[in-house]
Design a binder for this molecule. Structure first.
Ligand code: HEM
Ligand code: HEM
Ligand SMILES: [Fe+2]
Length: 456
């Protein structure tokens, strides 16, 4: 750790880890319900377990983004945070919001707007937390007078994510209008501004882990961010095919969303090249695994599996089926879960007694998660293909089809258990080293100029 105030990141990561574990409990509960008689039906029906599963996901990922930002900004701006007190107040408010929202869902208290189910008071707390956060980070950078491109992209992503939450605060009676604006938040988050956040963390990690030349890395960051933006904004239309808006959205959605994987391929190539050229010399190879893993799994889950159902001719069959769940899991995990796990793995040796190289538990956590998530993706895919065929091509009833595809949920539960074991090990590895906040030597990546073959 180079700055004392970076220690706040540890507590954000700790909260994120607990919520991640809880998210999986509700994921497994949701999956188990597909298998047959549900003893919990009266107290904890599927809609409740699923809403808690997806909301915990959003809350822990945002907690992770905040922690990683509090870790990265002092490093980049070479200064202490403006106020650690504000950062802790924000964490307290944020955690209370997340926990009470989950308790509320248990009692059916929510807005019913998928992924944005938070009741209005909770939404307002989210806005307050985001404002505190952006103020704290903004003041830190202003005070230091050092503002890097990587930080700029991160801030643009975080600031835009806050602005794009505004449509979620509004309520529309008309379902078409309501769903039209819902995507301004959800789609433009995951396929627009959150990509900037992922891109910025990726650049930060690659610069530090590979010693790659900052100027070259940041130039590429601009290109990727530009591509994501151009394709992602009009790509929103791939959610407008069947919601009751004019037909011209069909070709717009098909063409522009099909361009999005190009940016994701660019990001994976960029990460791979940076690491290959620098010779993988950094001792924290576990963080390298997570970093490169995130870039590659995003290309698979978001790029390839997104492309698989983004054209209207395909989407008219697959829309709202388990094909969507297949892609949703792989994309979210690769892009946002893995990049946070990469930031944690990079930062942890500086905040605890964990050694730089990591342990075999850390590697087991990585490979079990990867194998488990890959298996889960295949399970959802096979279930989804059967569902589309039986329900939409042969015209069988929805519930009859659910019985036919039960077998795929056995595979889902099995692979999800492998995945959950990997997450369990990651969480165990996180908490088994007590925090230790001491100021180390400056990061060598910042003092040694890169050699010519370290540059891209
Ligand atoms: C990291 C990036 C991405 C993430 C995290 C992500 C996640 C998701 C999630 C969670 C959904 C379900 C949303 C809902 O129904 O409420 C979804 C839907 C969808 N995604 Fe993505 N996605 C990403 C990138 C992409 C890309 C690049 C494409 C296209 C090339 C794509 C194509 C689609 C399509 C077509 C749907 C609608 C499925 C349907 O009609 O049911 N996604 N995505
Ligand atoms: C133990 C591991 C997990 C299990 C068993 C599990 C299971 C499930 C199930 C059964 C659903 C409901 C699907 C449906 O609507 O029929 C679901 C939804 C979802 N899960 Fe998971 N999940 C797990 C982990 C994760 C992780 C790690 C992520 C993200 C990083 C994630 C993201 C999502 C998303 C975005 C949805 C909504 C998808 C949609 O709207 O189609 N899940 N999950
Ligand atoms: Fe989308």
């Amino acid at each position: 750790m180079r700055y004392k105030s970076q220690s706040v990141a540890y507590w954000y990561f700790a909260v994120a880890m607990v919520l991640f574990g809880l998210q999986l409990v509700f994921g497994l509960l949701s999956a188990a319900k597909y298998l047959g008689p549900d003893p919990l039906l009266q107290f904890l029906p599927f809609d409740v377990t699923k809403v808690i599963h997806t909301n915990l996901l959003i809350v822990w990922v945002l907690t992770g983004f905040m922690g990683a930002t509090y870790w990265m900004v002092p490093d980049e701006s070479r200064t202490e945070l403006h106020s650690t007190k504000l950062a802790y107040i924000q964490l307290g408010l944020w955690t209370a919001m997340g926990v009470t929202a989950v308790i509320g869902y248990l009692f059916g208290y929510g807005t019913g707007n998928k992924l944005l189910e938070q009741p209005l008071p909770h939404k307002l707390v989210i806005v307050i937390c985001m404002l505190i956060f952006l103020y704290n980070i903004g003041m830190t950078i202003k005070k230091s007078g050092r503002f890097t491109t990587t930080e700029g992209v991160l801030l643009l992503g975080l600031g835009s994510a806050a602005v794009l939450y505004v449509p979620a605060l509004l309520h529309y009676e008309n379902y078409t209008v309501s769903i039209y604006y819902r995507w301004w938040t959800i789609h433009l988050w995951v396929e627009g501004v959150w990509e900037m956040i992922q891109g910025a963390f990726l650049a930060y990690l690659l610069i530090r882990l590979s010693g790659a030349d900052r100027e070259v890395m940041e130039k590429w960051l601009y290109v990727i961010v530009g591509l994501v933006f151009i394709a992602g904004i009009l790509g929103t239309a791939h959610h407008y095919y069947w919601v009751g808006v004019p037909g011209y959205w069909l070709p717009i959605g098909g063409v522009f969303s099909a361009l999005e994987p190009a940016a994701l391929a660019g990001m994976a190539i960029y990460a791979y090249n940076a690491l290959r050229r620098s010779g993988l010399s950094h001792p924290n190879k576990l963080a390298l695994h997570w970093t490169l893993g995130s870039a590659i799994f995003t290309l698979f889950g978001a790029g390839l599996l997104g492309l698989a159902h983004t054209f209207p001719d395909v989407n008219k069959w697959t829309h709202g089926t388990l094909i969507t769940a297949m892609h949703g899991h792989a994309a979210f995990y690769g892009a946002y879960a893995m990049i946070i796990l990469a930031m944690i793995t990079y930062a942890l040796p500086r905040m605890t007694r964990r050694n730089e190289e990591g342990s075999s538990i850390g590697y087991w956590a990585f490979w079990l998660q990867l194998a488990g998530m890959f298996g889960m993706t295949l399970s959802f895919a096979t279930a989804g293909i059967a569902q589309v065929y039986l329900e939409r091509i042969l015209g069988m009833g929805y519930l009859d089809v659910q019985l036919k595809i039960q077998v795929h949920f056995l595979m889902l539960v099995a692979t999800a258990s492998i995945f959950a074991l990997g997450v369990g090990l990651f969480i165990f590895d996180f908490f088994r080293h007590a925090p230790r906040f001491v100021i180390d030597e400056p990061d060598p990546a910042l003092t040694t100029p890169p050699t010519s073959d370290a540059a891209l």
